[in-house]
Write a protein that binds this ligand. Sequence first.
Ligand SMILES: Cc1cn([C@H]2C[C@H](O)[C@@H](COP(=O)(O)OP(=O)(O)O[C@H]3O[C@H](C)C(=O)[C@H](O)[C@H]3O)O2)c(=O)[nH]c1=O
Length: 180
Amino acid sequence: MQFVATPITGAVEIRPTPNQDSRGFFARSYCAREFAENGLSLPDKQMAISHNLTRATLRGMHYIPETQGEAKLVRCIHGHVFDVIVDMRPNSPSFMMWYGIELSAENLLSLYIPRGVAHGFITLSDNADLFYQFDAFHKPGVETGLRWDDPDIAICWPIAPQTISERDLALPFLRDMDVK
Ligand SMILES: Cc1cn([C@H]2C[C@H](O)[C@@H](COP(=O)(O)OP(=O)(O)O[C@H]3O[C@H](C)C(=O)[C@H](O)[C@H]3O)O2)c(=O)[nH]c1=O
């Protein structure tokens, strides 16, 4: 696996090395030892699947404040998504910066998202599934978020969303938040 830094401090793109043969390929997708060697918190407490029925479904932007947060490793295991992170850590050099990456079952890429960084995605195919690994147990009611279309972040989404939850539509704009 290759660990490639992103513009968001501590967020890392992981590129597996497929072992190809006439049957297809075998690729290691996670290794606690290699993650520890690269200074990443081990996302081994909980795992989850996000199944999204239609193209242009947007989830996010969600995060937990860094002091109570969770680091996560996300990958697309079916279909194709545009995955986005936003640094919500006031003391981070990349505070308020966003970064987007295409994740797909084909490109095998995963994105390590450190604590205090917001996450969201828009699906680029029907039946797009994301697989999550978390370094902390889910704590109901702790998670917050910001609007996907926050003008102060100005995420360049590749397509317009068609499906967004009421909860996500009700998320605040950064200017109305007390980020500390
Ligand atoms: C996140 C989470 C949720 N749940 C339960 C809580 C709800 O009853 C149900 C759906 O949760 P929610 O509507 O928050 O799911 P998403 O809108 O996909 O939220 C996720 O999508 C964004 C993009 C993320 O990166 C986060 O992991 C997470 O916020 O699953 C759990 O049981 N465990 C969990 O870890």
